[in-house]
Design a protein around this ligand. Structure first.
Ligand code: SAM
Length: 174
């Protein structure tokens, strides 16, 4: 079984435009037990090993208040992925699926997300369970799990809109 950057039976790669990643800032990195994709979990689990998320300066003050949340959403950059497959065969059996119907790390913009359990905060380091990324994977963002978060800012009209507002016609299918 190989799960690195190989192309499998019936998979389709394209020639994507040269990626431009300059709009993103890596705010930290994950420290996990996994050096190899062959050992990494496919999805993290909340009873999995304790991992560390290290936040870099100048972003450390942005951790203020995270300790109030039992779970955090973590967004990371799957930096060792290929980015050119449109059809993929996760089971390596010739049966292919569109990239956007999968949570595969192989995607044009290799963003991974996990909901992790927050076990502790030690200065610039979060102790979490539930990651599924390689040691050193760059961190893009952290947010409270949406099911635990109530907006602090006052409500806006759109918060109360239901159904199809007249102004929203452009959202409808042609
Ligand atoms: N939980 C995330 C999601 O659903 O968006 C990621 C799921 S993805 C299937 C997890 C797999 O990505 C791991 O099993 C490993 O094979 C691969 N992976 C982890 N870290 C990576 C990295 N830094 N670069 C490339 N691939 C990585």
């Amino acid at each position: 079984m190989v799960r690195e950057n190989e192309i499998r039976e019936n998979e389709v790669a394209v020639s994507p435009p040269e990626p431009v990643d300059a709009g993103l800032t890596f705010i930290g990195r994950t420290r996990t037990p996994w050096e190899s994709r062959l050992m990494c979990p496919r999805q993290g689990r909340h009873d999995g090993p304790l991992c560390r998320i290290e936040i870099f300066e100048p972003w450390v003050p942005a951790l203020a208040g995270v300790e109030a949340f039992e779970r955090l959403e973590v967004l990371y950059w799957l930096d060792r992925s290929r980015r050119d497959l449109v059809l993929q065969s996760p089971a390596s059996n010739g049966k292919v699926h569109g990239t956007f119907s999968l949570r595969s790390p192989v995607r044009p913009n290799p963003i991974g997300s996990s909901i992790v359990l927050l076990e502790g905060v030690e200065g610039n380091v979060l102790l979490v369970r539930g990651l599924d990324c390689l040691d050193g994977t760059p961190l893009l963002d952290l947010k409270p799990d949406r099911s635990l978060f109530k907006p602090i800012a006052p409500p806006q009209p759109g918060d109360f809109e239901t159904g199809d507002a007249a102004e929203a016609k452009h959202c409808q299918k042609a």
